[in-house]
Design a protein around this ligand. Structure first.
Ligand code: BG6
Length: 510
């Protein structure tokens, strides 16, 4: 596996990236307007774009430079995370050139190459290029093949060429392997930047720091002290206008092998020997590969699928999932999933990882809750307390970014009464960070060539390997076993049962 060399910029003061051209495929689409341009704007506003820079905006149907710039400006006004300084925005958008190219028309890619080279010469960008595929996944390969054929992706003379793709990386193990194999015919692994936007979140990156920059957690971070781990990504939003994508995808594919497994791998990985892309990504891949591959029978026993029915979330009325535009009226697609997984290694043998995620739930919450084992001896048994509450360490990603430790304490008074209390650290109390899109770090890292926060092919495949038995078992089971839950609720009843049968329960909101 190839990774780039250790990157000092992450630890020290940030430097400006090398001159480069930033080529966006799908420049007229939602992702570009909503996230990519606002992130480039934030980088421009903090002086973190290269001095010599150009943006090539590629779409299948070309527009004039002015029309494209106007549309990106409108998007920026709508989606910027900080007040837009017109001068900065203007400077950025002046770098944008609109070019039409369609992989079905190879000649258009020859023209793209010619025009890109001319722009690079005019702007003195030196030939470094980043290709950002903000397109539907079925366009990844056709575009990459054309970029390969025209030589646009070939690294030579010290000039770097990078390819950025967004999840989903395949729809199951076989398709993920095929996608990786095909991409690797065109570029080297070190040129591919697979984005999972969860790794752009500060709190997610902080899991590594919490574990490995503090001496006190690691000694207890194992099966001797931890009872189990819960990973929750609950969303309030329903499927909205994404019916056609979602109905063929479902909650498991949409969230688990990517976002939830990013959280899982950071929490469960072994300490890397160094803070560099190779060491960190290797440990993440190792732990994902150690997730027990379940038989289909076990997969059915250890999973819960739910689909939402109409309900109310706050003042918003949500209709049945099956009534959503572009969703089959008898769809069996899950909008909620809960899983019990085990990791087969010395650190975690026998310690369950419970994962859950769903749409149209009553609360928005993303967290990792680590539950520690009960005190070994119930010394307070003869007091009014016969059962102490267990200790939780909660890494809260959303909505409140922070870390919480729950422990037992004596309630003031003459009798020994014990209660669970919470010690809370909230980012916003300590740090004044400018609101960001979460993409700035990722885009900046692509430009400086630091791939520590990007998924490597082996991790992607290990993730699919772990979820494949669930996909297979559910496909055979069809509607059998699929539960319903009301929009605005906590999800299907079976999710509680999954833990209850092990004598456990999900952490309630504090
Ligand atoms: C996306 C999924 O990758 O992540 C969406 O496709 C989901 O369905 C989203 O809503 C969740 O992201 P976040 O950052 O809001 O937790």
């Amino acid at each position: 596996m190839t990774d780039v060399a250790p990157h000092p910029d992450r630890l020290s003061n940030q430097r400006k990236p090398d001159p480069c051209s930033f080529v966006i495929f799908g420049v007229t689409g939602d992702l570009t307007h909503r996230l990519v341009i606002p992130a480039l704007y934030n980088l421009a506003a903090t002086d973190l774009l290269p001095d010599k820079f150009c943006v090539v905006g590629v779409a299948r149907k070309g527009t004039s430079n002015d029309a494209l710039r106007d549309s990106l400006m409108k998007g920026l006004r709508q989606f910027a995370t900080r007040p837009v300084d017109d001068a900065v925005a203007k400077r950025l958008l002046e770098c944008v050139t609109s070019i039409e190219a369609n992989p079905r028309d190879p000649a258009s890619f020859d023209r793209l190459r010619e025009r890109t080279e001319k722009l690079e010469a005019n702007r003195s960008t030196g030939g470094n290029r980043l290709f950002y595929l903000a397109t539907p996944p079925d366009a990844f390969l056709p575009i990459s093949r054309e970029l390969g054929r025209t030589g646009l992706l070939k690294e030579d003379g010290g000039r770097w060429r990078r390819l950025v793709i967004e999840k989903p990386f395949g729809t199951d193990l076989a398709s993920a392997k095929a996608l990786n194999a095909e991409l690797l015919k065109i570029v080297d692994e070190h040129q591919i930047y697979r984005i999972d936007h969860y790794l752009g979140k500060e709190t997610v990156q902080n899991i590594l720091v919490l574990r490995f920059a503090n001496g006190m957690f690691e000694p207890i971070w194992n099966r001797n002290h931890i009872d189990h781990i819960q990973i929750t990504v609950d969303e309030k939003l329903g499927v909205g206008h994404r019916g056609s994508f979602y109905d063929s995808t479902g909650a498991l594919r949409d969230m688990v092998p990517n976002h939830l497994f990013q959280l899982l791998s950071l929490v469960a990985m072994e300490p890397p020997a160094r803070f560099d892309a190779h060491a960190v990504r290797s440990e993440k891949a190792e732990v994902l590969a150690a997730i027990q591959t379940q038989s289909e029978e076990d997969a059915l026993r250890n999973s819960i699928r739910g689909q939402y029915l109409g309900g109310k979330i706050g003042d918003t009325v949500i209709e049945d999932y099956r009534k959503t535009e572009d969703v089959e009226p008898d769809s069996t697609t899950e909008t909620y999933v809960a899983l019990k997984l085990n990791i087969d290694n010395w650190r975690w043998a026998g310690i369950p990882f419970y994962l859950r995620t769903g749409k149209a739930l009553g609360t928005k919450r993303t967290e990792v809750a680590i539950k520690f084992k009960q005190a070994p001896f119930a010394m307070f048994r003869c007091t009014p307390v016969d059962r102490l509450s267990q200790n939780y360490l909660v890494i809260s990603v959303e909505p409140a970014e922070g870390i919480m430790l729950q422990f037992n304490t004596k309630v003031p008074g003459p009798t020994i009464t014990i209660d669970g209390v919470e010690m809370k650290f909230r980012y916003k109390d300590y740090f004044k960070a400018e609101p960001s899109t979460g993409y700035e770090t990722l885009i900046y890292d692509c430009m400086i060539g630091d791939n520590i926060l990007f998924q490597r092919a082996d991790s992607v495949e290990a993730g699919w390997q772990a979820v494949q038995p669930f996909l297979d078992a559910w496909k055979k089971a069809g509607a059998k076993g699929r539960e319903f839950y009301k929009a605005g609720s906590e999800g299907p009843a079976g999710a509680d049962e999954l833990l209850k049968r092990d004598g456990r329960s999900w952490r309630k909101l504090g």
